[in-house]
Write a protein that binds this ligand. Structure first.
Ligand SMILES: [Zn+2]
Length: 271
């Protein structure tokens, strides 16, 4: 509910997403880009709020295609390089020009306490990712709140529950890359939403905002996912070309969003 309130109040949200998968040629996984695109779509078309999606440099076009598939006209995408100094410069210029008032991280990798980024199987993926975790943390120090959606413990925001990740998540405390720090994220947030995969937390949050957002999300979900998968996004479990997220098919995800819409329509007490 706090995530929904913060999103509903924002007039300049920055959506950070994109987790690259080493074993699939370092392509972006579908979890993150799909819901970030749909969230930007709903914010623009339902609330009239333009967002900027931040991702790794080289993948701007992928996300732009997703926005085009949803017929989004004004929200846009920026790409950040993996080099930390260059990334910081691009990002500070962007912040000076745009002054975002809310950061939203959706399935975005974060470094552990030793500054090493890991995937879910404990491997080092630092060289693949821009340091958006650090940049969002810097924004947070500058009073821009951060809402984060994660699922595995190695994402932006999950630093809030670092002890639990180290204790209960595989490779949470001990990774396989040799750094000795485990995969547990060192980046906290103001509001953390944890779900079985990150996109579902975004849809749940949208259900708490406006019912018409889920109508639109259901309408656009198939087109957006198809375009993103055609552009190279990959389901982390099923691999290239599969229309789904973390092994759950497009139809399965649609069913969950339908269910969320039914709950939001009913008089059920959600809190
Ligand atoms: Zn490590």
């Amino acid at each position: 509910m706090m995530a929904a309130e913060k999103l509903a109040r924002s007039s300049k949200p920055l959506l950070a997403t994109g987790f690259r998968i080493r074993r699939f040629n370092a392509a972006l996984e579908t979890d993150g880009p799909v819901s970030a695109t749909l969230l930007a779509t709903c914010l623009e078309k339902v609330l009239g709020v333009e967002s900027v999606i931040a991702t790794d440099m080289g993948f701007e076009r992928v996300l732009q295609k997703g926005l085009q598939a949803a017929d989004v006209k004004h929200s846009r995408v920026i790409g950040l390089p993996a080099d930390s100094e260059l990334s910081r410069r691009v990002f500070t210029n962007f912040v000076e020009e745009e002054s975002p008032d809310l950061s939203v991280a959706i399935e975005r990798p974060a470094a552990n306490k030793l500054n090493v980024y890991h995937n879910a199987v404990g491997e080092d993926v630092s060289s693949l990712h821009a340091p958006l975790d650090k940049l969002l943390e810097w924004l947070r120090w500058n009073k821009v709140p951060l809402v984060a959606f994660g699922d595995g413990g190695n994402e932006v925001g999950m630093g809030l529950v670092m002890d639990a990740v180290q204790k209960h998540v595989e490779y949470g405390g001990v990774c396989r890359c040799g750094c000795g720090g485990g995969i547990a994220s060192n980046t906290g947030c103001d509001v953390l939403v944890v779900s079985s995969f990150s996109d579902l937390g975004v849809y749940g949050t949208m259900a708490l905002m406006q019912e018409s957002m889920l109508d639109l999300a259901i309408d656009k979900l198939g087109d957006v996912m198809k375009v993103l998968v055609d552009a190279g996004c990959v389901d982390a479990r099923k691999g290239l070309g599969y229309l789904g997220v973390d092994g759950l098919s497009l139809e399965g995800i649609k069913s969950i969003v339908h269910l969320l819409r039914s709950v939001s329509r009913s008089d059920a007490q959600l809190l």
